[in-house]
Design a protein around this ligand. Structure first.
Ligand SMILES: Nc1ncnc2c1ncn2[C@@H]1O[C@H](COP(=O)(O)OP(=O)(O)O)[C@@H](O)[C@H]1O
Ligand SMILES: N[C@@H](CCC(=O)OP(=O)(O)O)C(=O)O
Length: 369
């Protein structure tokens, strides 16, 4: 899938494009991108914008030495800069735009995840451009995504997009950092994201970037597993967007999985956070590596953490090998109770009435790490 034959596109814009001088938002590079968005919509495509830049836009309101500041000041910068960033985008369009601020806490809660989907779909139905950013002002270490590359991939999956465009300050993924190596070569296409691909990615070197190339590859892994064609392109070049509209690849394209994960499995694998752990016995662990099958209480060695029915849990071995993430049908309290009962009576009848601890279709196998 490319831009010319796509239906719904998520475009991620990095900080360096919004606030290139780290001195408030600048239209310098945004006009071309705004025109691209307008042309996509005129072609009948739906667009969702994930925009970084609130911290970079707000930093000039604080003392110069605050730029490498504490988390608290960065949150204040984000809150102040978000207003400026939204106003900057809104000035380019003669159609309305809408602000959506998210944390990972929102995305990993299935009820809130579905609520986000409903809001995005409703905005798109009414011709309103959703502009999404991480809610830096309220997020915490435990709740945050931390970079808009991964956020844009989660948004693309939630929005059922068919293309994710990550616009950066380089042409695409190179075999090594092009800002540090003159002999770096651009990689036009990635059909499988392997450890070798990750090994090429260094960190951000711009003054304002957060994610670097590693987070873009993580994002590509999330999006392609959901069947989304993912591009890393140079947002600073006008030619980038002309080529995209012509159906060409101006940067690096990550090809989508031939057999994408089902939506629920994708959400569990890439967005949900495990609320606890179920440690399984060796026999079940070995069977699970072949195929996902229901988990019964007798296959459980023990549980860790506290979780409720319907929560996402990690299924792992005694040695810590992460096997799968799954939706549990039993709370940790009930599983611990069953474990105590096992010594005294047969609780098989209880399981017959409730069913398996984990149903086969609620298991998302994890890639061997
Ligand atoms: N293998 C690589 N290919 C391309 N860029 C790389 C690579 N490794 C590290 N980088 C760095 O990643 C930067 C892009 O990430 P980042 O600064 O976070 O951009 P953005 O703000 O657009 O997300 C590039 O400017 C480059 O310095
Ligand atoms: N929520 C942050 C996003 C930070 C971020 O991911 O920046 P970048 O690596 O430039 O896309 C902000 O608006 O500054």
């Amino acid at each position: 899938m490319n831009i010319s034959n796509s239906r719904r596109i998520v475009i991620k814009i990095g900080s360096a494009l919004i606030a290139p001088d780290q001195d408030g938002c600048r239209a310098r590079y945004l006009l071309t991108i705004a025109q691209f968005i307008v042309r996509c919509r005129a072609m009948g495509k739906e667009v969702v914008l994930v925009s970084s830049g609130s911290v970079a836009a707000g930093s000039h309101l604080f003392p110069e030495d605050a730029k490498n500041s504490s988390v608290v000041l960065k949150k204040a910068m984000a809150a102040a800069g978000q207003t400026e960033m939204m106003a900057t985008w809104d000035r380019f369009f003669d159609f309305p735009s809408a602000q959506i601020l998210l944390t990972h806490g929102d995305l990993r809660d299935l009820e809130r995840y579905n609520s986000i989907r409903e809001t995005v779909f409703t905005l798109l139905e009414h011709g309103i451009l959703p502009i999404i950013n991480e809610n830096d002002a309220v997020t915490t270490d435990e709740l945050k995504v931390g970079d808009n590359d991964n956020l844009s991939a989660m948004v693309a999956a939630a929005a059922d997009a068919d293309v994710l465009l990550m616009c950066s300050d380089v042409d695409g993924l190179y075999d090594k950092n092009p800002n540090l190596h003159e002999d770096a070569s651009l990689i036009p296409q990635v059909s499988e994201i392997s450890e070798d691909i990750y090994a090429m990615a260094g960190c951000a070197t711009s003054q304002v970037g957060t994610g670097g190339m590693k987070t873009k590859i993580e994002a590509a892994e999330k999006a392609t597993s959901h069947g989304i064609s993912t591009y890393i392109v140079n947002g600073f070049k006008e030619s980038t967007f002309e080529k995209l509209l012509a159906g060409e690849n101006p940067g690096t394209v990550f090809l989508p999985y031939d057999e994408p994960m089902h939506a629920q499995q994708h959400w569990m694998t890439h967005t949900a956070s495990e609320q606890g752990e179920i440690i399984v016995e060796h026999g079940y662990a070995e069977d699970l590596k072949d195929h996902a099958e229901p988990l019964a209480a007798e296959n459980i060695s023990h549980v860790q953490g506290e979780f409720s029915v319907g929560d996402t849990v990690l299924v792992r071995t005694e040695k810590g090998e992460r096997l799968a993430k799954a939706t549990t049908n039993y709370s940790s309290c009930l599983l611990n109770f069953l474990a105590e009962q096992e010594q005294t009576s047969d609780n098989g009848h209880l399981q017959e009435s409730i069913g398996p601890v984990i149903s086969g279709q609620d298991i998302a196998m994890l890639e061997k790490s």
